[in-house]
Design a protein around this ligand. Structure first.
Ligand SMILES: [Zn+2]
Length: 266
């Protein structure tokens, strides 16, 4: 199901919903009918989209190896795509490995992408920047961050810090639609934050809350605000052993969030 089209100067980025709450982002170059699929966790929505719009899949981006981001790849191999992912990834389909800070020109799309290694959710997690669009997989969500499965709170903290160095108008395209439940948690952490309150009211009226922007995330995302006095105080109230170290605060927030929605797998 196509639910959104975001028009930039050249490319169009389209959201395909897959599985329970995953997004597959399709970056389309309308001038030569090629496109990129980001994290195809299922093949059927991608194949339907390609056929309907008579597009060729030139590239797949893989943020990390989890099946809900990769299990659509085998059915897309007949398109012979370039499959770009972390040099450290265990995903067997990656045929173009990329590392921290590397830029890669995609001649077929006339685009350049830049890679940021963002470990924490998994050790091999990588995020991709194309123009001002940042594909963050399961590292940075709107108003939240991924669960820390393979890495450490320190890794996740430094990954998030790396991403928020980008400009305010950077658009955030993440791997799941978790915004509303993340904002419910954020409003418990910062009950007096009116931007969170207003964003939550807005999110309740939307089927698709993405892309977000870094400007918004700086105000509504507790995991980017672990040095803010109100967030520190909330974390210390939840767990009095929490220090003022922002990594320690992030660690407590992540534990708190896990217990706040115990059935939620990010
Ligand atoms: Zn994941």
């Amino acid at each position: 199901m196509i639910i959104q089209i975001e028009v930039l100067m050249m490319i169009q980025t389209v959201a395909l919903k897959a599985l329970r709450d995953n997004y597959i982002w399709m970056v389309v170059n309308p001038h030569d009918s090629t496109c990129i699929a980001v994290d195809p966790g299922a093949s059927a929505p991608v194949i339907t989209f390609l056929q309907r719009h008579q597009l060729r899949l030139s590239t797949i981006l893989v943020t990390h190896h989890h099946p809900d981001h990769t299990q659509g790849i085998p059915d897309l191999l007949d398109q012979d795509p370039l499959i770009i992912g972390s040099a450290h990834s265990t995903c067997p389909y990656i045929n173009r490995k990329i590392q921290e800070g590397q830029q890669l020109h995609l001649p077929q799309m006339n685009l350049t992408l830049r890679a940021f290694e963002t470990p924490g959710h998994t050790l091999c997690h990588i995020s991709f920047l194309i123009e001002n669009q940042l594909f963050t997989g399961d590292t940075l969500f709107s108003a939240g961050c991924g669960r820390i499965f393979e890495g450490t709170p320190s890794m996740m903290y430094h990954s998030l810090q790396k991403l928020i160095q980008l400009p305010d108008d950077t658009k955030i395209y993440c791997g799941h639609e978790y915004t509303q439940q993340n904002l419910v948690f954020a409003s418990h952490v910062e009950p007096h934050n009116l931007i969170i309150k207003n964003r939550l009211a807005w999110a309740k009226t939307q089927q698709n809350t993405l892309p977000s922007t870094l400007a918004y995330e700086r105000h509504i995302n507790p995991f980017l605000r672990s040095d803010h006095p109100d967030v520190i105080q909330a974390a210390q109230t939840y767990n009095p052993e929490t220090t003022r170290d922002p990594i320690d605060v992030l660690s407590t927030l992540r534990t708190w969030k896990n217990e706040f929605k115990p059935d939620l797998l990010l």
